[in-house]
Each structure stands twice: as structure tokens, then as C-alpha cells.
Design a protein around this ligand. Structure first.
Ligand code: MG
Length: 220
């Protein structure tokens, strides 16, 4: 079990600027949850004769050359991801049903979108795209594991907190920082979801927004 991670000052500043509320809270990731990521990344990789080597849930060590399946270095992966986000972050597709489900849930829950963006410099682009797709909730950008940010978002709230994210690393971090949260591992891509074994702290593993909304609505 990792130690709780502290919230970064630049993330805390964003959280402090949100309206004060004691309402129940959904903290929802964006990539591969509200917006497709893997399908766009796969297109980007194929255009460069690169492929996912398997459907394990990680990027570093899992992207290789199509011809000889040799693994790209961590540095190369990082550089490709920055290029990829610059190229795609204005045009990612909505995950089916995310807009309707979140809109229905927003009647009884506060919703904050907590997203890891390298450098945070695509935040306005991302907010604009989400707004145009019917997902107009506050966006907080983070970097690294999300536990500290989720605990800071949950502070001073009495009601339950739901955390929705695809990444096992973020779920482990949230379990360490806010073990009382309800943890939903949402992975839109069926291949990667089916290759994922949920850990004990995961309350629901899904790729379906209707199932997610039903599950959250049943929380008392
Ligand atoms: Mg994600």
C-alpha cells in the first residue's frame, strides 16, 4: 500500500477556486472515461508504424515498432504522448452516454473533472471541447497520482465521494488517500478492460455509462 500523496500547490489553487459545497461529489477522469483516448492513440501510433505490444494497462514499455516489435524507450513514449495530445486534444470523441449519464447525476451530485494533462497547457482546449460535447463541469488539471487531489476535493464534504478513473495507479493512490471513496474503474476500450483484473478496492469495473449511472444512483 503506497503512502498518501500530497496535493500539488497548483492543483490546490484550482480546487480552492471552485464554489464551496458540502454536497455529495463525483470526481471523474476524462481520458478513456468521458473522452476516448486509446482509439485515437492507436490511430496515431499506426500512422507512425508503431503498435501496442499487448493490452496491459500501461503505455511505457507497451509501445513498439510494428516491423520488429522492438520496445520504444520511456523518453520516446513521453515525446510521442506530448505530440499526440497537442494533435488530438481539440478533437477527441465522446464516450457513448457520458454526457447523458453525468447530466442526470448532476441533479444530485457535484461533478468535478480531474484530468492529468502533461504541463496542463491544453486545459482551455479540453474545457472547450468538453463544453461543446455537453459535459460542462469544472476541470481541474493534475499531474502524477490523483489521491492527494481527490482528498483535497473531498475535504469539508459530508456526503459520499465517488472516484471514476481508468488508471490502476490512480485508483491505488485514491485508496491510500481517501479509502472511504467509492471507486469505479471505467475503461472504455473493451480489449484493455477485459485484460484488467480489478483490485480489491475497486467497487465496479465497467465501460458502460448507463451501468455507471445506475451504480452511483444506488449509493445512499
Ligand atoms: Mg484516464
Amino acid at each position: 500500500m503506497p503512502e498518501p500523496t500530497p496535493v500539488l500547490p497548483e492543483v490546490l489553487a484550482q480546487i480552492a477556486s471552485l464554489p464551496a459545497s458540502g454536497n455529495r461529489l463525483i470526481v471523474c477522469d476524462v481520458d478513456e472515461v468521458v473522452l476516448h483516448l486509446i482509439r485515437h492513440l492507436e490511430t496515431y501510433l499506426h500512422e507512425r508504424d508503431l503498435v501496442f505490444l499487448n493490452h496491459e494497462y500501461r503505455l511505457t514499455g507497451n509501445i513498439g515498432r510494428r516491423d520488429d516489435l522492438s520496445v520504444l524507450s520511456a523518453d520516446h513514449v513521453r515525446k510521442h504522448l506530448l505530440d499526440f495530445f497537442d494533435a488530438i486534444s481539440h478533437a477527441q470523441d465522446l464516450v457513448h452516454g457520458a454526457d447523458i449519464a453525468l447530466n442526470n447525476l448532476s441533479e444530485n451530485w457535484d461533478i468535478v473533472l480531474l484530468t492529468n494533462l502533461p504541463g496542463g497547457h491544453n486545459k482551455p482546449t479540453r474545457e472547450k471541447l468538453l463544453g461543446s460535447l455537453g459535459v460542462p463541469y469544472p476541470v481541474v488539471t493534475n499531474s502524477g497520482p490523483k489521491g492527494g487531489a481527490v482528498a483535497a476535493l473531498a475535504a469539508n464534504r459530508k456526503g459520499p465521494v465517488v472516484f471514476i478513473d481508468d488508471s490502476p495507479t490512480n485508483h491505488t493512490s485514491v485508496q491510500a488517500s481517501l479509502p472511504s471513496s467509492v471507486q469505479i474503474q471505467f475503461i472504455a476500450d473493451q480489449r484493455f478492460r477485459q485484460a484488467t483484473a480489478p483490485e480489491d478496492h475497486i467497487d465496479l469495473l465497467t465501460g458502460d455509462w448507463q451501468e455507471t449511472a445506475d451504480f452511483i444512483s444506488a449509493i445512499v
